[in-house]
Design a protein around this ligand. Structure first.
Ligand code: FPP
Length: 259
């Protein structure tokens, strides 16, 4: 569906664009990562089954991807399903997988039109085969997208990711392909699911929880964090613009002092 920003959203877009274009402005974020939380509560508050919260959450995914594209932010990474989420009731997991497959299938034209390429991050082989199939199909169909990468963290857990990276590096050392002295933070980064991507500049979490929930632990070392009470299905483009505006007003020092 084409993006028709509301007057309020349009006004945010103009202000943020003007702000980032000014020579003394801070650069806009290159990578925004989001923990989409609160779908279940949103449904509960309305007396609906939890899956209806996830369904409504897909509208927010669309809205945020469009907003991100509008601001020319090249990387958006969404926490769609964690390694821990497998412990949810089977019916909820099955419904989520189906929603995910439908999203991956139905959004291809929109992604192609907007220069968006899709990437899956996580232990993807744990996903049902029909989801793996659609994920790969969508990845291939959109791989030429040059304007934005939409990454979905699926069956993703950061500790699992770092553990796998350690094992892969250890194997290379054992096989004589890498010396221990050559293991640098860049080498570690190159063995994560996010290889080739810049680290997130901004981490957004909805539903007011102050946790990082095993998400991109290595990559968010210097990310700015923005938390909102709003539940994910209520989180739309204008709220995203608010987060970006707040990010632009922050002073990022990376542990150094201001000069
Ligand atoms: C957290 O809400 C959300 C999830 C575990 C799944 C996120 C999935 C979607 C937004 C829909 C599918 C996504 C895509 C990209 C197609 P919760 O269920 O933990 O909410 P609660 O904390 O209120 O129970």
């Amino acid at each position: 569906m084409p993006y028709h920003p509301s007057p309020e959203a349009q006004s945010w877009i103009e202000r943020l664009t003007a702000r980032t274009a000014s020579p003394d402005s801070k650069p806009s974020p290159q990578h925004v990562a989001i923990i989409m939380d609160g779908n279940g509560r949103w449904a509960g508050e309305r007396g609906l089954p939890r899956i209806e919260g996830h369904r409504a959450g897909i509208q927010s995914v669309r809205s945020i991807a469009q907003a991100c594209r509008k601001l020319n932010i090249p990387y958006l990474t969404l926490y769609a399903f964690s390694t821990e989420n497998w412990k949810r009731p089977r019916s909820e997991v099955a419904a989520l997988m189906k929603l995910l497959r439908d999203f991956l299938r139905d959004e291809i034209p929109e992604m192609l039109e907007n220069g968006i390429r899709l990437r899956g991050l996580g232990n993807l082989s744990q996903l049902p085969l029909y989801v793996q199939y659609q994920l790969e199909k969508t990845r291939r169909a959109t791989q030429a997208g040059r304007d934005m990468q939409l990454s979905l963290a699926l069956s993703y857990g950061s500790r699992d990711e770092i553990t796998r990276a350690c094992a892969a590096i250890a194997r290379k050392v054992k096989d004589g392909k890498l010396r221990t002295s050559e293991i640098t933070p860049e080498v570690v980064s190159d063995h994560l699911y996010t290889t080739g991507m810049p680290d997130p500049d901004l981490l957004i979490r909805t539903s007011g929880e102050f946790r990082v929930s095993n998400y991109l632990l290595w990559q968010i070392a210097y990310a700015e964090v923005w938390i909102t009470e709003r539940l994910w299905p209520d989180f739309r483009d204008v709220h995203f613009y608010q987060a970006i505006s707040d990010y632009l007003s922050r002073d990022r020092r990376y542990g150094a002092v201001r000069t």
